[in-house]
Design a protein around this ligand. Sequence first.
Ligand code: FEO
Length: 170
Amino acid sequence: MLDPKMQDAFNDQINAELYSSYLYLSMAAHFESINLAGFANWMRVQVQEENFHAMKMYDFVNERRGRVVLAAIDEPKAEWTSPLEVFQDTYEHETKVTGLINNLVTVARELKDHASDSFLQWFVGEQVEEEQNADKIVQELKLMEGFPGGLFMIDRELAARVFVPPVAAA
Ligand code: FEO
């Protein structure tokens, strides 16, 4: 049985993961509108990642006989001035999510809820990857600044991303 404080924290995080999904879908729509299909593809895969994160928590709350309660999802930003700005926002957003996950771990430890603590460690590792993925593209975009064709090259690279559900770790 989940402590109500832990349950509320998971419900808040499910909302944050769904907001992340919505934000990346907004970024995908932005890239579609400026004909950067590879960038849009990367964001669409990111949407699937975030939905996976939300559902992983949803399932855990139910397994613990908790109650998932969904709240309104905030409206995401819709316009950006450059692909670099989009990925800087992505990186910054992921660092915020890392902070939220760390807060959840703190709640679990305060409550001596070892099952939640253990479950959350998957997300701790995932956030290292999430920050690294966004930062890698920020650095690439900075290197390519002013280089004709650079954006096109990165667009082709990002077109290859596919969503692979992390079944083994789930
Ligand atoms: Fe669900 Fe991008 O962290």
